[in-house]
Design a binder for this molecule. Structure first.
Ligand code: EPZ
Length: 420
């Protein structure tokens, strides 16, 4: 398994281009199953997660071609059983359930297991499918959904931790071919859900209210092929903005939608940085003394849980006491144990972490545990004294396109070491 070595203390400067959004590409790739006609998707990031999804589509019988960032999919005929050996590698595979239900009136997918950031239930997904008229069976670790005819319904998808992103995507993708009108109350409003709705409407779906908590879907008989450009990845954008905050002399990110990262730019402004935006770029620069933060993760447009670990890396060396509360995945603190190995001073009480900023972190061998925790360890290493060696970097490759190369282009001394 590869390792990444980060030699700390080299300030970043310059600019980089943000890739297409992983969390938009995954459901949109699944949505191509809803039509027998060809679809063309641009800015699909080259990640292990998107490549897993392409493998699943191929296993399901779709023709798939990739030419750099452009992917063409033609699902002329589809099977309804997703292959366990690929599905088990990526929880987001669950988002093929909705399109398979809509297209084939049935679907079988292995149940996503838990993961390091916490339990990953799909009860809300299944509640939505049942409301649309599907029968659900869970057996031998698989979930089978079956509905000879899907009908419209009023569905509340809000769970105890708020809306569900992939749950909203899944129910949306089943409802577009259901008979009649579906109303999703408590819908997720993330930009990635809006991007999926935009793509589905280009395919001939009739969806209103994307980006609000109430979506209305008029079912149609069938969908046709479409072309679509995936939105920029707001979490990659946020990650690079925090990198610029950790040790930058001013870095600019290009091809970004500033509105999608406003919670992160507001937090960095509150922390004492200067943030300047144009239509599709954001520049972060030092701007005097830094201030500690009180940060709470919320559903969009609140502060994103996927940026919590990266901010903890920044706050570890911000003078004063910062308090971070994780409302979406309360156990999502694996990165803190590793930051403490680098000298961070952190106390965790339930879903709240209290961080006492220290002068300097020290490079150390650390272990990546999930996608965003891994990125946080790289960010911490950028400023730490000495070398930080991050193992299990396959987590990073799941969700960041060439993170080490992009940081290197900004001046970081970072190298990937092929391990046995
Ligand atoms: C999506 O996961 C993202 N993944 C996650 O990003 C992100 O952290 C998460 O949304 C929250 O924003 C993709 O889009 C591929 P949820 P998802 O359903 O949809 C609970 C990354 O790093 N819940 O919105 O699986 C759940 O346990 C990844 O890119 C239920 O209780 O998350 C959680 O506490 C990590 N029942 C909360 O809701 C359900 O049926 C939000 O989960 C579904 C979810």
């Amino acid at each position: 398994m590869d390792k990444i070595l980060v030699h700390g203390g080299h300030p970043l400067s310059g600019s980089i281009k943000i890739s297409g959004s992983k969390n938009s590409a995954l459901p949109i790739l699944a949505a191509t199953l809803l039509t027998r006609e060809p679809c063309v998707l641009r800015h699909v990031p080259d990640l292990s997660d998107t490549n897993y999804m392409l493998q699943i589509l191929t296993h399901l019988g779709a023709g798939v071609e990739r030419a750099s960032g452009t992917v063409s999919v033609r699902a002329e005929k589809v099977e309804s059983v997703a292959p366990y050996d690929v599905v088990r590698k990526m929880r987001a595979s669950v988002c093929v359930l909705g399109p398979l239900l809509g297209r084939c009136s049935e679907a079988t997918v292995s149940l996503p297991g838990g993961c390091i950031i916490g339990d990953r239930p799909i009860d809300l997904h299944l509640k939505g499918f049942e409301a649309l008229g599907a029968a659900i069976r869970v057996e031998n670790g698989n979930v089978k959904v079956f509905a000879p005819n899907l009908h419209g319904a009023v569905i509340n998808l809000r769970g105890k931790f708020g809306p569900t992103v992939l749950g909203t995507d899944n129910v949306l993708m089943a409802a577009v071919l259901a008979e009649g009108t579906t109303v999703i109350e408590g819908a997720a409003a993330e930009p990635e859900v809006c991007d999926l709705a935009d793509f589905l409407n280009k395919m001939g779906a009739k969806i209103e209210g994307a980006g609000t908590r109430r979506m209305i879907i008029e079912g149609v008989k069938e969908l046709h092929g479409a072309e679509h450009a995936i939105i920029p990845d707001r979490i990659e954008a946020g990650t690079f903005l925090v990198a610029g905050a950790v040790c930058g002399n001013g870095i600019t990110i290009n091809r970004v939608e500033p509105k999608h990262v406003s919670a992160v730019t507001s937090a960095l402004t509150d922390a004492g940085f200067q943030l300047q935006s144009t239509k599709d770029t954001i520049t972060v620069s030092p701007n005097g003394a830094l201030k500690p933060l009180k940060l709470t993760t919320e559903p969009y447009p609140g502060f994103p849980t996927d940026m919590q670990a990266q901010m903890c890396a920044l706050l570890s060396t911000t003078d004063g006491i910062s308090v971070v509360t994780e409302n979406i995945f309360p156990q999502r603190y694996m990165h803190l144990a590793e930051l403490k190995r680098m000298g961070a001073r952190v106390e965790i009480e339930g879903a709240t972490a209290t961080i006492q900023g220290v002068e300097q972190l020290l490079g150390a061998p650390v272990m990546a545990s999930d996608l965003r925790a891994s990125a946080a360890l790289v960010l911490a290493g950028l400023k730490a004294e000495g070398v930080t060696e991050i193992s299990r970097v396959y987590h990073i490759d799941r969700g960041y396109e060439h993170l080490d190369e992009k940081l290197g282009a900004l001046g970081a001394h970072i190298e990937r070491v092929k391990a046995d």
